[in-house]
Ligand binder design. Structure first.
Ligand code: DX5
Ligand code: ZN
Length: 219
């Protein structure tokens, strides 16, 4: 299965956002990860559909919108019509997750479900057939630059086992604390999409960092 690097623009220099996106695109990023925070579900406030549309206009890469918002149902269409190709919602706030996922797919995006660090895989027991990707939060959502929470290894392994056992097709994405020196171990657990923000944007050489990450991913 695929191994893709998603650059999280949360750690980019927002005064030079267009340039930063071009630079990670040239450096080999596969996806642009777009973190939406509402100040309610998470204690931080970031960007919305207008900025996503601007990003859409300057990159060919797929955009992965991660909605860390308390009421995602109201805004799904805004983000997808602005150009999101992947859209994830948090299971912790979705009362009608099946309906939400159907809507994302009907609107033409890949439908993902994000799990906070304390949320068990069993929360998805009756929904995995409907899911295009599972986003395992490997830090507490809200901020870039935090440390990877090791309990996520078990969670990713559980998901991988379920996928194999039931011959499912969903991708596994990890988000938070992913670095050049821990990506190999995380990759081994069965991950397909690796979100990295500070590891890329705080590095001196985006190309080198992304290539090192790719090299260290176990196929
Ligand atoms: C955190 C966000 C992440 C964040 C990751 O809530 O969902 O996408 O940007 O940042 P790093 O890679 O710095 O941990
Ligand atoms: Zn994210």
């Amino acid at each position: 299965m695929s191994k893709l690097i998603a650059a999280s623009i949360l750690s980019a220099d927002f005064t030079r956002l267009g340039e930063e996106i071009k630079n990670v695109e040239d450096a080999g990023a596969d996806i642009i990860h777009f973190d939406v925070m509402d100040g309610h579900f998470v204690p931080n406030l970031t960007v919305g559909p207008m900025v996503l549309r601007a990003v859409r206009n300057i990159t060919q890469l797929p955009i992965d919108a991660h909605l860390m918002v308390a009421n995602p149902d109201h805004v799904l269409e805004d983000y997808i019509s602005a150009g999101a190709n992947y859209l994830s919602v948090h299971v912790e706030v979705c009362h009608h997750l099946h309906r939400t996922l159907q809507k994302i797919k009907q609107l033409g995006a890949k439908a993902g479900v994000a799990l906070n660090p304390h949320t068990p895989v069993s929360a998805l027991a009756y929904i995995l057939e409907e899911v295009d990707f599972v986003l395992v939060m490997t830090v507490n959502p809200g901020f870039g630059g935090q440390s990877f929470i090791p309990a996520a290894f078990k969670k990713v392994s559980e998901l991988k086992e379920i996928r194999q056992k039931h011959q499912m097709k969903f991708l596994i994405e990890v988000d938070g604390g992913i670095k050049v020196d821990n990506i190999a171990q995380i990759s081994q657990a069965g991950v397909n999409i690796f979100v990295a923000g500070s590891a890329i944007f705080n590095s001196q050489d985006y190309f080198q960092t992304i290539q090192d990450m790719k090299k260290n991913c176990i196929k």
